[in-house]
Design a binder for this molecule. Structure first.
Ligand SMILES: C[S@@+](CC[C@H](N)C(=O)[O-])C[C@H]1O[C@@H](n2cnc3c(N)ncnc32)[C@H](O)[C@@H]1O
Length: 246
């Protein structure tokens, strides 16, 4: 059960960060191929953005793509090790700031200021208590036309969570529940994509949302993508070689 203490103990403690998280991009052939082949195609309508908030940047695997795509960047992570690593790594980016939080509070972020919120491969380990605090805050932090993209667990919504190898996914979170929390907090879901992870079924979900009215009166799009890891393999085999072009 990855509670906040588990996240802190692992990512601010015993995790071997020598590869900076690049090891998690292996199925896509690296973070560059994963960003341009998998993440950017889902985000290209939202980038570049004026002000970006990244929740849980870790050692900056996605931060290196987000910083050049905005005028102002803020990264919030509960691990001092990660905040310090990012401060060092991105020291030359004068429009980027990193702050440590307690895993719940976004007090460091001014209300109504954020055009794009991004979090990938981090909040899959966050239980529902984190979403109950983050989602209402995020809706306050977003600018009226701002949008958030969160990657989170769907283990609670997965057919057979007990038998699944669950990759430390949070057991108390489902895509449906995160969608309900957004609606109850005065937000609007734009797209939810349930995705497979590493050969397991759809244990994760990508939720894109904003304030009420951000997408007019359009109904939320719901996608169940059981080919997410097939997509990763295709990116690794047919896009990654292009990352070697000088
Ligand atoms: C698996 S690492 C991923 C880091 C980065 N997103 C990446 O993909 O390389 C998880 C990160 O989430 C952070 N984290 C976990 N729960 C958090 C929370 N509730 N608020 C802020 N950071 C959190 C950890 O400190 C760690 O940096």
């Amino acid at each position: 059960m990855p509670e906040l203490d588990w996240n802190k103990a692992v990512f601010d403690g015993n995790y071997d960060w020598r590869q900076g998280g690049e090891e998690w991009s292996a199925p896509w052939g690296g973070s560059e191929a994963q960003w341009f082949g998998s993440l950017y195609p889902r985000l290209h309508r939202l980038l570049p953005a004026g002000r970006i908030l990244e929740i849980a940047p870790g050692f900056g695997r996605w931060t290196k793509f987000l910083i050049p795509a905005c005028a102002d960047y803020l990264g919030v992570d509960l691990a001092a090790a990660c905040v310090n690593a990012c401060r060092t790594r991105f020291a030359r980016a004068s429009h980027a700031r990193f702050v440590q939080n307690d895993g719940f509070s976004l007090d460091a972020v001014p209300d109504g200021s954020i055009d794009f919120v991004f979090s990938f491969d981090s909040l899959v380990h966050a239980e529902i208590d984190v979403f109950r605090t983050y989602i209402p805050q995020l809706l306050r932090k977003l600018a009226p036309s701002g949008m958030a993209f969160l990657h989170h667990s769907n283990l609670k919504g997965f057919d057979n969570p007990e038998s699944a190898p669950h990759h430390e996914r949070a057991r108390s979170v489902s895509g449906r529940e995160v969608g309900n929390l957004i609606a109850q907090s005065g937000g609007q879901v734009v797209i939810q994509e349930w995705i497979t992870w590493d050969g397991v079924g759809p244990i994760d979900c990508l939720t894109t949302f904003g304030r009420a009215g951000v997408n007019g009166d359009k109904k939320a799009v719901q996608l169940v993508n059981v080919k997410f890891m097939d997509e990763a393999a295709a990116i690794r085999d047919f896009q990654r070689p292009y990352c070697d072009i000088k």
